[in-house]
Design a protein around this ligand. Sequence first.
Ligand SMILES: Nc1ncnc2c1ncn2[C@@H]1O[C@H](COP(=O)(O)OP(=O)(O)OP(=O)(O)O)[C@@H](O)[C@H]1O
Ligand SMILES: [Mg+2]
Length: 381
Amino acid sequence: MGSPLFEAAKKNASLAYKLDQSGQTQQAVKYYVSAAEQLQKLINFTDDPNMKNLYYHKAMEYILRVKEIRGIIEPSESPTPSSSSTTQASDEISDAISSVIVREKPNVKWEDVAGMEEAKRALREAVILPMSRPDLFKGARRPWKGILMYGPPGCGKTYLCKAVASEVDSTFFSVSAANLISKWLGESEKLVNELYERAVEEAPSIIFFDEIDALAGTRGGSSEGEAMRRVKTQLLQAVEGFATGDELLVTVGATNTPWDIDAAMRRRFERRVYVTLPERDAREVMFSIHTKGIKMGADVDFSSLAEITGGYTAADIALLCRESLMQPIRELDAEGALTDMSVQVRAPNAADFHNAMMHIRPSVAPSELARYDEWCDKFGG
Ligand SMILES: Nc1ncnc2c1ncn2[C@@H]1O[C@H](COP(=O)(O)OP(=O)(O)OP(=O)(O)O)[C@@H](O)[C@H]1O
Ligand SMILES: [Mg+2]
């Protein structure tokens, strides 16, 4: 809260609202759109699920208002023939699709992923093996079409997916469901369709749908709910049936609120993978991954650090490492010696890690974890 982006969104929204109220609806559109775009960025910047939710609903509200205004204004006032506006829309859509294709290999290698054995195996079977031996994965042994990764924030869902993408020679589409809806509501069905068409053309393809729960939240019969329901239906059909031939096309959905996902969606994501807190051994490996290339003090022992960081997520460990590595730099800076090239930076020591642990605490509470375990017992696999 209070970030410049948030302030800007607030300002745009209140301007839009004022214009809208005073009947200058067309002028209001621009400000609504900016506010919605800024909120969308905020969604990506915050880790707090409640804030994400709040930003998302606000953005949605503004987009809906824009659609409403356009719905009222365009038919009577815009003389543009509908054919040309359709071409323009589909150009925009194809640009949007191009922007979600990750052309560069992500720089996360398979061996940079500590632990997560179960999740790694599932993705190997679903994606990596079928792509390298398509002849084996046919008929009754056809690969999974939909995989759901679920679990608390910061445990490696996105990270693992990047590693998969860098491992296999496939086209990788990375889509945020929340972005899709807030930006493309109204057109998002079309977008889903074209996305899958493109994925078939460029097969083998992996479509990574982050925050898939954003599509599942259909409560009440509001117009917002209605539009979302249509997008969801479209997506579910696409997951199931788009690749009719032998094209390899897999959709990987990720969520940290699996309980928001309804039965229809669960059924399409037939393979479900629980991604949770790292075990002791995985934590040990994470310490070495996240300090790679930096010489450690003699008293730094990753094994004992792994021992005392039970309850930390992968993201917490990554943060802990960065914080500890920063400590020697900070000291030099405080002494004013950082710019002196002849001064050596001391190696991070055990005390740096212990100090960092004082203020970097596990970000997932045991009670929250219990809820995931429960869901896993019921629906997981
Ligand atoms: N298996 C792993 N080995 C090493 N580092 C990891 C691993 N998993 C996650 N990390 C670290 O934790 C960070 C956060 O992971 P990631 O973004 O994948 O979490 P997530 O499960 O997608 O969270 P969210 O639900 O919030 O999207 C990664 O950027 C990486 O630095
Ligand atoms: Mg993620």
